[in-house]
Design a protein around this ligand. Structure first.
Ligand SMILES: CCCCCCCC(=O)SCCNC(=O)CCNC(=O)[C@H](O)C(C)(C)COP(=O)(O)OP(=O)(O)OC[C@H]1O[C@@H](n2cnc3c(N)ncnc32)[C@H](O)[C@@H]1OP(=O)(O)O
Length: 228
């Protein structure tokens, strides 16, 4: 087993479940790259396991090998989920996030890009995201849209949670390369109204609109922000 100490634990400050953790940014970047490389291989494993046609005996041998690898990872674990952490430089990391978590093989992962009108992301969804034959599971579409819409609503300056999310599935979304786009339609007090879509090469397959709400306890006064 390696002698590396456990990843630094939570320090003093915690806001709304977002944990202040003063790990220096270069160390966060380094560890993130290590975990992302593991998650990438686990993602390959998931795809390979779904699509394998090797014989039963080989499946059982691979299962036993994998059980040994799980034991090695379990040798040192966080007590619960990874959570969302940030340091004094406002470098944030959410390695377990279901959509963008660097350490989470379930996450495609989505790489969200901020642009002039909101956010977009290009993603390739494979066999692990199938619902109807050859098509993306409707819940997966909703999950990815929820995330990019939440990031758009937050606009890197406030925290918002999904209040209401409405989906319109116009036609099946094929597995493969897809583009997500999201933008803010309007704002009313603590409510941010966001519209979004998923498209394949032939156009939009799913449309969504949602109300994202800045919880009262987490609201940052805009006047304080501009005068700072
Ligand atoms: C870093 C980015 C990550 C992005 C992650 C993707 C986003 C997510 O998945 S978040 C997880 C899923 N969402 C949740 O778990 C949220 C759970 N719900 C809550 O926490 C709260 O109910 C919350 C925050 C939505 C609203 O709470 P609160 O601040 O107390 O609202 P409240 O004061 O009652 O209402 C404020 C306004 O919002 C409206 N509102 C409240 N809840 C909702 C709702 N669910 N839908 C629509 N409007 C609502 C109210 O009517 C009110 O409107 P108005 O000002 O016009 O009277």
């Amino acid at each position: 087993m390696t002698s590396r100490p456990p990843f630094p634990e939570v320090s003093a400050l915690s806001i709304g479940g977002f944990v202040r953790d003063d790990t220096p940014t270069p160390e966060v970047d380094r560890r993130e790259a290590v975990l992302a490389s593991l998650a990438g291989t686990v993602r390959e494993l998931v795809d390979a396991a779904i699509r394998t046609t090797v014989d039963d005996g080989e499946v059982h041998r691979i299962r036993d090998d994998l059980a040994g690898l799980v034991d090695r990872l379990r040798a040192s674990q966080l007590p619960g989920p990874a959570g969302v952490r940030f340091n004094g430089e406002m470098r944030a990391w959410n390695w377990g996030n279901a959509v963008v978590g660097a350490a989470n093989a379930i996450a495609p992962p989505l790489e969200v890009v901020h642009d002039a009108s909101g956010c977009h992301a290009d993603v390739v969804l494979g066999a692990a995201y199938e619902g109807p034959p050859g098509l993306v599971h409707g819940g997966v579409s909703a999950m990815l849209l929820d995330h990019i819409m939440g990031v758009t609503a937050s606009a890197m300056r406030r925290t918002t949670f999904t209040g209401t999310l409405t989906m319109r599935y116009r036609r099946g979304t094929p597995l493969g390369p897809l583009r997500l786009e999201a933008s803010i339609a309007r704002e009313e007090g603590r409510k941010v109204f966001v519209v979004a879509s998923i498209a394949d090469a032939d156009g939009v397959t799913v449309e969504a609109d949602g109300i994202f709400i800045e919880p009262a306890g987490l609201r940052i006064d805009p006047q304080e922000q501009t005068s700072a």
